[in-house]
Each structure stands twice: as structure tokens, then as C-alpha cells.
Design a protein around this ligand. Structure first.
Ligand code: ZN
Length: 494
């Protein structure tokens, strides 16, 4: 009996070494009973850097409570050869830890040399823990109470600036923002069914993103990801939002530009959101959760690895168009989700039988339709004296220009004469009526000129158009900018 036992142990050791590495990330060292803390994460990454020639760790910034936010650069030549880049960032929401744990497993896999083949074609950037204060406290928000995934326009949290700065420095072609969704909520329990997809992946929804980018995400990337992820034994669904038990319409998340996916995607990046299935508490099912994220990360890398040329060319072309295409086209500033002809087959797990039941949802709002378009201006004038507005320009890396010649352009100001409150995406927002005024007399030296011909073209327009539903005027901080009788301080250069 005893010798049989030892043979078994030896066999297990032998087979695990045959299968590749044995993971030793902090989660495993904690025997899946404790999540990786920021301190453990930093120590672990230091050890990876020491033992591996392909991993470099930078401290990309610090949280509000001064915890370091490490950035991993995984590359066979220190990112010198301009390969397409994939940028993963996880745990913007501190109580969604599986992305961080999955990224650490992936980083370790690279350190062991198991994924060297990928690095012949691509470079990887990784922020495993974007919100370390929230992570250590196991809370959604930052220590200052900011929801990072609603802060990519105002950028009031230092943690969001870290993500946007890394993006701006490296301009990755593919970005993946990693989250978890709730599957064990009370209302679903009462409903008798719950969502049981291990992994949901969402693509871009803002209709100003290039059609070819959106099409490539949906038609080429999603099917591949689904295949790779399900092959590993995890269930997959396209990210679908809406509280089904209460009859809320189902749609593909938001068109808002203030989240991690859209904020980077609107620069014509192949940008995604991943939503893993959470647990009943922070560590419930954490092993499956972490490994489902690990395999999802690997699936993204395998796709990009096989399609580097297409991806490089597609993103390059579409970004060039943002920079070079002359202004004047119309751009969509109000939009909503609408019912299309196709129903959705929505599989939910019955809590009674444990079986999947497919609900056929006729009222499936997968189409985005424009509600209001405006003609693109040449650019905007932002008053230098308004610190809050200037911070928007700075934090968002909107490039300023000094070449505006007063004589060559028409400067228009917009005054609100009435404010109607409307509901889109289930959220109230302002839809002001305006009159325009010729403002050619303004002192140009008191303004920054932000031309639209740049990579952040779409974000600039969404932010600064007075009637834009996702514009700054709909934030509490800028509430006073859209009031009856008030001239909007940002001027259009037409
Ligand atoms: Zn989240």
C-alpha cells in the first residue's frame, strides 16, 4: 500500500513537470484561501523580473494611498522592434480580483519560457492590479471613492491616469480590460435562474469607432476567443448587459466613452472588456476564476500572434484616418440601443434543476442607432483660465496646436436657451436647445486650440460638444456649464 502511494506521488510529480510549469503565484502559495495582496504582488513580480530575461517591471504610478501600480513589459527585445502590442489591465474594480490572479499566472507562464513563441510576433503590457487600494480592501471603488471604470474622461483618480498614460506612451493595438460580473445576486436567486458563463467578452459599441475595427472584433476575434476558451472547458458568451429578471432590455453594455474599453477603443484600438463569473465571496471558486482569466488572456495572445500583420495594418490605417482625414463629416453625439430583427438565445442556469434553459429574447437591443449628428469642427477652443477644463485636455492627452490663424476660421459659441432632460441607456441626461453666436472677436491667446485631427479625435468631439450625451456637461462637476442663458465656454472652430 505504502509503496503504491509513493509511486503515485512520483507519477503525479512527473506528469506535472511534463505538462510544463508548476504555478507558484501568491494565490497558489496561499492555497487559494487568500487573494494576492498588493505587497505580495510586488514581491512576486520582482522575483519574476530577477529570474526572467523577457520580463521588465516598471512602477507606472501610485494609488491614492501610495501603493505602487506595477506595469509588466514582456518582450524578447525590451520592446525595441515595434511589434504589435497587447495591453491587459485588470482589477479597476477592487472587488473583482480574478483578472489580477489570472494575469499573474500568465506572467509566470512567460517567465518559465512556456510562451516564448508568442514573443516572436508580439509585445505585451500588463497592469495586473489597476486599483491596489480597492484590491486590498476588496471594494469596488478606489480609496477616494472613485469608480475607475466611469472615470476615463474626467480622470479624477491617479489610478486611471496610470492606465491612460501607459496607453498613450505605447499605443497598443489591442487592449483588454478585465473584470468580473455578479452571478450570485439575490434578485437572480429569486428569479430562479442565473447567468453561468465563465467568461463574457464585450467589443466596442460606440458608433464613432471605425466600422472595420468593430467588424473585425465581432466577426474574427470573438469566434476565435469562444473556440479557444470553450476548448479549455470554460463557457463563453458575448458580454450582455441588462437586468433580465426585472425585464430590463438586454444590450451590449454602454456606448459611453468613460470606461476602460471604450476610452481606449475610440482611438480605433481593438479594445475589449472581459467579464469573468465572480464567486459568492472573494475567494469562492477562485481557482476556476483565476484559470478562466488565464486561459482568456492566452486566447487573446494566440489570436494576435496568428494575425499580427492584419492587426497592425488595420489599426494603423484607421488611426491614420483619425489624424489625417479632413474635418467636416458628421459625427454621432446622441445614440441609443434598439431592438433588431434577430432574437437572442439567452442560456440561463436553472437553480432548481442545474440545467441550462434557453430564453428566447425577442426584445434584444443589440443595434446602436444615432439620434443626433453634428458636423465635425476643425477644433475647439478651451479657455486657459478654466483649470477644470484644462485638466480634461491634459489628462486625456488631447494635443494642443498653436497654428490657428484667426482670419482663416470661424469661431462659434453656443448659448443654451432651454434644457430638456431625456433618458438614453436608462440614464437621464441633458439635451439642450441652443443658439449660436459668432465669436471671432475672442482673444485667441486666452484659449488652447485643440484640433480634431489627432488620434483622440472622437473623444475630443464627444467630450466638448454641448449636446453630446456623454459630454462633460452631463457630469456633476460641470453641471453649471449647461444652464439656460449660459454660453458654453468651449468654442467651436468651424
Ligand atoms: Zn468591473
Amino acid at each position: 500500500m505504502r509503496s503504491y502511494f509513493w509511486v503515485l506521488i512520483l507519477l503525479l510529480l512527473f506528469s506535472s513537470s511534463l505538462m510544463g510549469q508548476v504555478f507558484t503565484s501568491p494565490l497558489l502559495q496561499n492555497d487559494y484561501k487568500q487573494l494576492t495582496t498588493n505587497h505580495q504582488l510586488n514581491r512576486f513580480l520582482d522575483s519574476l523580473q530577477t529570474s526572467s530575461a523577457i520580463i521588465t517591471i516598471d512602477t507606472a504610478g501610485f494609488s491614492a494611498r501610495n501603493r505602487p501600480i506595477p506595469l509588466l513589459k514582456i518582450s524578447e527585445d525590451s520592446m525595441k522592434s515595434q511589434k504589435p502590442k497587447v495591453f491587459f489591465f485588470a482589477q479597476q474594480h477592487g472587488d473583482e480580483p480574478s483578472g489580477k490572479e489570472g494575469m499573474l499566472l500568465l506572467a509566470e507562464d512567460f517567465a518559465f519560457g512556456n510562451l516564448d513563441y508568442i514573443l516572436s510576433e508580439i509585445d505585451i503590457l500588463m497592469i495586473p492590479q489597476a486599483n491596489p487600494d480597492g484590491g486590498d480592501a476588496h471594494q469596488r471603488y478606489t480609496a477616494e471613492g472613485v469608480d475607475m471604470n466611469r472615470d476615463h474622461l474626467l480622470m479624477e483618480s491617479p489610478e486611471v491616469k496610470v492606465i491612460e498614460d501607459v496607453f498613450d506612451k505605447y499605443r497598443p493595438e489591442v487592449t483588454v480590460d478585465i473584470h468580473e460580473y455578479g452571478s450570485y445576486g439575490k434578485s437572480w436567486k429569486e428569479f430562479g435562474y442565473r447567468r453561468d458563463f465563465d467568461i463574457q467578452v464585450g467589443t466596442l459599441t460606440n458608433p464613432n469607432v471605425s466600422d472595420s475595427i468593430i467588424k473585425y472584433q465581432k466577426k474574427e476575434m470573438l469566434p476565435f476567443l469562444e473556440q479557444e476558451i470553450t476548448q479549455q472547458g470554460y463557457s463563453f458568451f458575448e458580454y450582455t448587459l441588462g437586468h433580465f429578471p426585472s425585464g430590463e432590455r438586454l444590450r451590449h453594455s454602454t456606448t459611453d466613452i468613460n470606461d476602460g474599453r471604450q476610452s481606449l477603443g475610440i482611438t480605433n484600438t481593438l479594445s475589449f472588456i472581459v467579464e469573468g463569473k465572480n464567486g459568492k465571496d472573494s475567494t469562492h471558486r477562485i481557482r476556476e476564476r483565476a484559470f478562466s482569466q488565464y486561459h482568456t488572456g492566452k486566447a487573446f495572445l494566440n489570436f494576435v500572434f496568428r494575425n499580427t500583420d492584419t492587426i497592425g495594418e488595420l489599426v494603423h490605417q484607421q488611426r491614420q484616418s483619425l489624424k489625417e482625414h479632413p474635418p467636416g463629416d458628421s459625427t454621432i453625439i446622441r445614440m441609443d440601443h434598439f431592438d433588431g430583427e434577430e432574437p437572442l438565445d439567452f442560456p440561463l442556469k436553472s437553480l432548481k434543476t442545474g440545467e441550462d434553459t434557453v430564453f428566447v429574447v425577442e426584445d434584444y437591443h443589440y443595434k446602436i442607432k444615432p439620434l443626433l449628428k453634428v458636423e465635425e469642427p476643425h477644433g475647439y477652443l478651451v479657455p486657459k483660465g478654466d483649470t477644470a477644463l484644462v485638466n480634461i485636455v491634459r489628462n486625456n492627452h488631447f494635443k494642443r496646436d498653436t497654428v490657428l490663424k484667426r482670419s482663416s476660421r470661424t469661431i462659434m459659441g453656443y448659448e443654451t436657451i432651454e434644457v430638456e432632460i431625456v433618458e438614453n441607456e436608462g440614464l437621464k441626461n441633458k439635451n439642450p436647445m441652443t443658439i449660436k453666436q459668432l465669436m471671432n472677436h475672442v482673444k485667441y491667446e486666452k484659449y488652447y486650440y485643440i484640433p480634431v485631427q489627432q488620434i483622440r479625435r472622437n473623444k475630443i468631439i464627444q467630450a466638448f460638444e454641448l449636446k453630446a450625451m456623454w459630454g462633460i456637461g452631463n457630469y456633476d462637476k460641470f453641471n453649471q456649464l449647461i444652464k439656460k442663458g449660459k454660453l458654453f465656454p468651449v468654442l467651436r472652430v468651424e
